[in-house]
Design a protein around this ligand. Structure first.
Ligand code: GTP
Length: 205
């Protein structure tokens, strides 16, 4: 079976739930007291789309300001990004706008989906759906409400992002990517920057 590697980024302010979404998607685990990510780390999940094995290399970045420059360098060569904010924290919705601007600097063609996380916390919700809908309509962005706690919209959002990326590839691009993968050549050097075994964690949210 043909294989294809896609580089997916999870970005957004600190504590919005990026690591939790990744843990739920990859390991079906949710932890109430997660620890803030230091720098970046990635995990891989494979899914099949149109007979192609897609290896999603999902990079979880830190939302802390002090890691912002490291995180930004990861926009380079990304195929898709989930921009994540916390539905219970208004300022993270404002913050996501800056993450969107940052990503534009690197590549206009990266496929993007906006995610409002923690939809399970119905009583604590602070970001109005109408405001979000107006925003995504204006900039033509897909939007999903997710919960890393109960799993709402996790699998389908990652699949949809992968499908968006695949459908945006020309036949030549697709062939090029498949060839690269068959030869086991990484398309950029960034994979060497983070070693998941050396991942450091610090500070509770
Ligand atoms: P940084 O690494 O600092 O950028 O944070 P992060 O965005 O990776 O956030 P993290 O996944 O560490 O989650 C922050 C806190 O929110 C943790 O206490 C999680 O348990 C909680 N949390 C994350 N997602 C959800 C969710 O969908 N629902 C609820 N109820 N809590 C969540």
């Amino acid at each position: 079976m043909n294989e294809l590697d896609l580089k997916i980024l999870l970005v957004g302010d600190t504590c919005v739930g990026k690591t939790s979404i990744l843990s739920k998607y990859i390991d079906d685990i949710f932890e109430e007291n997660h620890i803030s990510t230091i720098g970046v780390e990635y995990k891989v999940k494979s899914i099949i789309i149109n007979g192609i094995k897609i290896n999603l290399r999902i990079w979880d970045s830190s939302g802390q300001d002090r890691f912002r420059s490291i995180t930004q360098s990861f926009f380079r060569n990304a195929d898709g990004i989930l921009f994540i904010f916390d539905l219970t924290e208004k300022k993270t919705f404002e913050g996501v706008k800056q993450w969107l601007i940052d990503s534009e600097y690197y590549d206009l063609n990266i496929k993007k989906i906006l995610v409002g996380n923690k939809v399970d916390l119905v009583e604590k919700r602070k970001v109005d759906k109408v405001i979000i809908d107006n925003f995504v309509k204006k900039i033509q962005l897909k939007y999903y409400e997710m919960s890393a706690k109960d799993g709402t919209n996790i699998d389908n959002t990652f699949r949809e992002l992968a499908e968006m990326i695949l459908s945006g590839l020309s036949k030549e691009d697709l062939n090029e990517k498949l060839n690269y993968n068959n030869l086991d050549i990484k398309r950029d050097g960034s994979f060497r920057i983070s070693n998941p075994k050396k991942k450091q964690k610090k500070k509770y949210c």
